[in-house]
Design a protein around this ligand. Structure first.
Ligand SMILES: Nc1ncnc2c1ncn2[C@@H]1O[C@H](COP(=O)(O)OP(=O)(O)OP(=O)(O)O)[C@@H](O)[C@H]1O
Length: 360
């Protein structure tokens, strides 16, 4: 991705700042329909005890295989979903139990950028109508000032006023994702949650959209949660990275610490696989077998069944997420040996090692 320039790390400035998003022991279970009358009601353990913070002005990359709980976590932060237990704070306010009315106020603080920009827009409305409608809905400005504000928003994402009268179907994916970003920024939020914002776009457009998000972050001092399957996207834009596996955070660290010194066998395997369109080696998976069901997750380490280092302790005891160095947390009984055993002496043969933050 030649158009992308790797941003300088902002860790020193970022770490001095407060937390913008704080999740404490966040749990989100989805109850499943009963299999039989009066039978037990099973639940999908989508997010299972996540404690995580996003620093104000920082970019947290959230990675993990499909089904690991990333989108559910994003929707919890936006309060589109209510937690089963635990708490979520945004900008110093506990938003765990907001009413629907109060949620409108939250949407001025935190906004979502969708994966599929076409699906996110009403095809029957012009872009102008959609965007002005957001301001109207929130009672912002009058007719004239709303138009001006929308025009300024479009200009900020590199689109001219002709887009006001265009329908979504008349725009390319990249143009529409710019509209989606403009719409998300209309209410001047402090936090953007980006759920795979570039995965539906052509490779050549991905870089430009990511650069735009990076520029807007700096100019507006935004806090960003960037969900992506693509480690190169996360490496490019994040200053901190959290790795999810089966509803839990298994590793979290500053970007370079994670990419240069991953300690969890799952993270090591992800990096070796390079993720790309999914976590695959030639036999089809990042590590042995498939992830277990989130309905009845293992009682010990959730990765044990696929981990080449698993011992009886791993099968029996769930490891805690422990801080092994300042700002670096790992959930693994064998973290201290993992790099030696997996990276040097017995490297996992799971595909090409990720070497550059370039998108093809
Ligand atoms: N409304 C729901 N009802 C039941 N189960 C759900 C619901 N939403 C999500 N899940 C389940 O929760 C788990 C986590 O899903 P989620 O979409 O958060 O994962 P993800 O990491 O974002 O995956 P992907 O990358 O494929 O979007 C999955 O097993 C999913 O099937």
């Amino acid at each position: 991705m030649s158009a992308m320039t790797k941003p300088e790390r902002t860790e020193s400035t970022v770490s001095a700042q407060r937390d913008m998003v704080v999740l404490t022991d966040a749990v989100k279970y989805f109850p499943l329909p009963r299999q039989r009358l009066f039978g037990p009601r099973e639940q999908v353990h989508s997010v299972d005890g996540v404690t995580l913070n996003v620093r104000a002005g920082g970019v947290l990359g959230l990675v993990g295989e499909s089904g690991s709980g990333k989108s559910t976590l994003a929707r919890v932060i936006l309060r589109l979903l209510r937690l089963s237990s635990g708490t979520v704070e945004v900008d110093g306010k506990d938003v765990t139990s907001l009413s629907n009315g109060e949620r409108a106020a939250l949407s001025r603080v935190v906004q979502l950028v969708f994966q599929d920009p076409h699906a996110a827009m009403d095809p029957r409305m012009t872009i102008g109508e959609s965007l002005i409608g957001v301001l109207t809905q929130h009672g912002i400005g009058d007719r004239e000032s709303r138009r001006g504000r929308v025009l300024a928003g479009l200009d900020e994402v590199g689109l001219d006023e002709t887009y006001l009268d265009r329908y979504p179907g008349e725009c390319s994916g990249g143009q529409l994702q710019r509209v989606g970003i403009a719409r998300a920024l209309l209410l001047d939020p402090k936090v953007l949650v980006c759920d795979e914002p570039t995965s539906a776009l052509d490779a050549s457009v991905q870089a430009r959209v990511l650069n735009l998000i990076g520029t807007l972050r700096r100019e507006r001092d935004l806090t960003i949660v960037m969900i992506s399957h693509d480690l190169r996207v996360v490496q490019f834009i994040s200053d901190r990275v959290a790795v999810m596996y089966l509803g839990q955070i298994v590793e979290v660290a500053d970007r370079d610490d994670l990419f240069d010194g991953a300690m969890h066998p799952y993270t090591i395997a992800l990096l070796e696989a390079g993720m790309g369109d999914g976590v695959r080696d030639e036999s089809g998976a990042v590590a042995v077998g498939d992830p277990p069901s989130p309905v009845n997750p293992p009682t010990g380490c959730r990765f044990a069944g696929r981990c080449p280092l698993a011992t009886q302790q791993c099968e029996d005891e769930q490891p805690d997420l422990v801080e092994i160095a300042p700002g670096h947390q790992v959930r693994c009984h064998r973290w201290s040996e993992a790099r030696t055993l997996l990276c040097d002496e017995e490297p996992l043969e799971v595909g090409a090692t990720l070497t550059a933050p370039e998108l093809s």
